[in-house]
Design a protein around this ligand. Sequence first.
Ligand code: SF4
Length: 263
Amino acid sequence: MRMDRREFVRLSLQALLAAGACPILSHAEARALSPGEDGVERHVTGCMWCQNGCSLIVYVKDGKAVHVTGNPADPVTRGRMCVKPLGSLELLQSPLRLTHPLKRVGPRGDGARFQRISWEQALDEIAAKLRSLRERHGGRALGIWASGRSASDGRKLNAAFARLYGTPNYEKTGPFCNYSAKPAGVSVVGTRHTPWTYTDDDFFAADLYVFVGSNMAATRPVIHSRLRERRAQGRCRLAAGPRPPGTPTRGFRSGPAPIWPWP
Ligand code: SF4
């Protein structure tokens, strides 16, 4: 039975929720889900869903993205990707996707109603409210939180806006996400900016990988799939603490972190 892409994404996401690990597709498997090749252009790009940063090929027909696969020319991913980019196409083309500003009319809460307004009106009203907030309470009344997945240019613009507005209350996801890794980088390799050298003679040359507080099976699934492959070939060992990778909701223990051999 040939499965279409939407059905594949649905089943994969169910499997993901059940197992806590993200399904991986080879280039050939992703190609097999393609709706067809006629009149299709190929564009090499990068995935922004997670820090794995996989190289992708997006297939465009009549100006519309119709399919996506991993890039077989990429030496790290070797054409693999996880299932999430396929879901991106669904998000991009969903009729529920918000493509214009909406303004609430009436009270908040269940049953709140919204009406469409122009971008000019939306920006003018937001600017007026920000100006009023600063006049009444000072710049520090504003806190800005930027997503870790915003493009770095966007984050710099956010920081510049915070300075211009006069608030020091600007942060990104770093303190809750990756800042704790920086002291580890300093103590192990002497720099807080540890390079992501996912190359065969560097990251993939180790004999033992210990995941501490990291569930790489879910958060960098393509890289993790290559580690599992190396392990199956007897070329490395994997261990994790405080909970086993790939099973984020099971096996958790409080107290001293145990080290789990890979099951
Ligand atoms: S692992 Fe999946 S979500 Fe992360 S960058 Fe690669 S394809 Fe995107």
